[in-house]
Design a binder for this molecule. Structure first.
Ligand code: EPU
Length: 336
């Protein structure tokens, strides 16, 4: 394992923001990861872990050591799947669906690695990672302790977990409970419509196909168009406040969730007329209002200004503070 100095991360994050890592390495085994973490300990370097960089905003250069987790490996134990942190998420979905295991089909085509999936508790089309989650293995970077986290310890919530708040743990393996029996989730209307239109029976394969089709239609592909998926979370409001907002905006898309209502941030941003709004090389996607695109060479300052305008308009019109969904590095950096 080689540790490099002063490495550009521009091609290692799907928003293509240019930032540099003081030190950088890629690890393919847990032993190499421990070695890299020990190097950081000995040199008193902060460690930042990186997957495929598909849900991060590199707000500035990163001091310390960036470790890209590329540890491979998937094993199956009846209906339990153990996948290493460096595996590509969608490849895992394809292989489990292909071998007749249900459970991950609604999460098809989500960019990123298995190790990053629990950090933001990835979710789409009625399923969240936490619904299928059993446990994960992680390494505590400051002490090199290896620990298995049970579900209850991970503090999963909507696009959130312990690991989003605490970057001292690097996830090396995730274990998921799947099923040989079809228990497909078809609550998202677009899935049912796709199956009907294409005369497909409900199965892991057909749902993965429907989800992939819907995603490809709605969301720009980060491997071709630089973006990080949803840039803002859907705000969750207490029922009373949501009702007041709904009175002012009767067409507002909203869903029941525990503790209140989840409002569609995309709808709000769309209504503000911000689709296509740009600052420099950054633009609000005209395909989906929650997505911000870098048209090439966009700078952090341009992105921050675009984010400020979107947040301010929504705050001013509806009184809601939008929260940024991807993880911002360096840790603790506040977008001005
Ligand atoms: N809408 C608009 N304008 C738009 C886009 C959407 O008005 O430009 C409205 C539509 O009425 C639509 C509603 O917003 O019915 C919701 O849109 P969508 O179904 O695309 O879902 P979303 O709430 O915007 C969330 C996740 C996505 C996930 C989809 C499907 C968040 C922050 N985003 O988006 O996740 O794929 O649901 O489950 O929760 C991601 O996290 O990066 C991501 C893409």
């Amino acid at each position: 394992m080689k540790i490099h100095q002063n490495v550009s991360l521009a091609d290692k994050n799907t928003l293509c923001l240019d930032a540099r890592a003081e030190w950088y390495c890629e690890v393919f085994t847990v032993d190499a990861l421990l070695e890299a973490a020990e190097f950081a300990l000995n040199h008193k370097l902060k460690v930042t872990s990186l997957g495929e960089g598909s849900n991060i905003v590199l707000a500035a250069n990163l001091a310390g050591l960036v470790i890209k987790n590329r540890i491979p490996g998937v094993t199956c134990d009846a209906e339990v799947v153990h996948a290493a942190g460096g595996e590509n998420w969608h490849r895992l979905v394809r292989s489990t669906v292909g071998s007749g295991l249900f459970g991950l089909e609604n999460l098809a085509l989500i960019p990123g690695t298995v190790g990053a999936a629990p950090v933001q508790n990835i979710g789409a089309y009625g399923v969240e990672l936490s619904d299928r989650f059993i446990s994960l293995k992680a390494i505590h970077l400051p002490t090199l302790e290896q620990k298995t986290f049970a579900k209850a310890e991970c503090e999963f919530a909507y696009r959130d977990s312990l690991f989003k708040k605490n970057d001292e743990w690097l996830i090396t393996e995730v274990s998921l409970a799947l099923s040989k029996i079809s228990e497909c989730v078809t609550t998202y209307p677009g899935i049912v419509a796709y199956l009907k239109e294409h005369r497909l029976d409900i199965s892991g394969e057909s749902i993965a196909e429907a989800v992939s089709h819907i995603r490809a239609e709605k969301l720009p592909d980060p491997s071709r168009v630089p973006n990080v998926g949803s840039f803002f979370k859907n705000p969750v409001l207490e029922a009373e406040r949501a009702e007041a907002v709904a009175k002012a905006f009767p067409d507002l898309v909203q869903f029941d969730v525990t503790g209140g209502k989840k409002l569609s941030a995309a709808w709000l941003i769309d209504q503000m007329g911000l689709k296509g709004y740009r600052v420099g090389r950054f633009v609000v996607s005209d395909k989906h209002a929650l997505v911000i695109i870098n048209e090439g060479g966009g700078t952090q300052l341009e992105l921050f200004e675009l984010v400020r305008v979107v947040k301010q308009k929504v705050k001013h019109t509806v009184g809601i503070d939008l929260e940024i969904e991807p993880r911002i590095y360096p840790d603790g950096f506040e977008i001005p």
